[in-house]
Write a protein that binds this ligand. Structure first.
Ligand code: 5CA
Length: 178
């Protein structure tokens, strides 16, 4: 990973923590960043005619969720699906919770959530469940050779706020119909 970045002239600053950065929430707490600044590297697969599968990595902002129908449209892969944990490990060479956005054993298709571009710095996994690195999103895009496209679910603002407040049942929006 570090070598792959260095070949493109970028020095990565890997931060290793005593505590877990396995989930986006844990990573955000460890680095003291907003959840939105955490890059989830999620593995999807598209079946090939010859019974093999092609991996597609989605780089997604912490609170966001991939909408598989959108990913299918953006990638041109109608049968794309989430990889299993075993598939993710075999295809990327890394275990879930530490899968990095770059530096995989072979070049993978990478699609990036535009929401990551809202932050000056984002944090991504560095290959293990206790290591992350900060990077400007434009640099991440260049290093990963990522295609930036809308692949996430549209979320109601009320749901986002309720989630942040830890509410199971979000209150009705005050400006309904506005
Ligand atoms: N180190 C953190 C922050 S950078 C990290 O890697 N987060 S992550 O989101 O990219 O990786 C955890 C994600 O793996 C979870 O969000 C979840 O979507 C996915 N995941 C967890 N278990 C499984 C599983 N059994 N099969 C497929 N995906 C899984």
């Amino acid at each position: 990973m570090v070598d792959a970045a260095a070949r493109k002239g970028v020095t990565l600053d890997i931060n290793v923590f005593a505590e877990s950065t396995h989930t986006a929430e844990e990573a955000a707490a460890a680095v003291g960043a907003e959840l939105g600044q955490i890059v989830k590297s999620l593995v999807f697969v598209a079946p090939r005619g010859d019974a093999s599968i092609e991996p597609i990595i989605c780089l997604v902002s912490g609170p966001n969720r991939v909408d598989v129908a959108r990913l299918a449209a953006v990638s041109g892969e109608p049968d794309v699906r989430r990889a299993t944990a075993n598939e993710a490990r075999e295809l990327t060479g890394f275990v879930i919770g530490g899968i990095p956005p770059i530096g995989h054993p072979r070049a993978l298709r990478v699609i990036m959530d535009p929401d990551l571009g809202r932050f000056p710095i984002v944090w991504a996994a560095a290959g293990t469940p206790t290591a992350v690195f900060p990077v400007p999103p434009a640099t991440l895009r260049m290093l990963a050779n990522a295609h930036v496209a809308p692949i996430c679910e549209e979320r109601r603002q009320a749901d986002v706020l309720a989630e942040g407040a830890g509410l199971a049942n979000p209150p009705a929006p005050q400006n309904a119909g506005a």
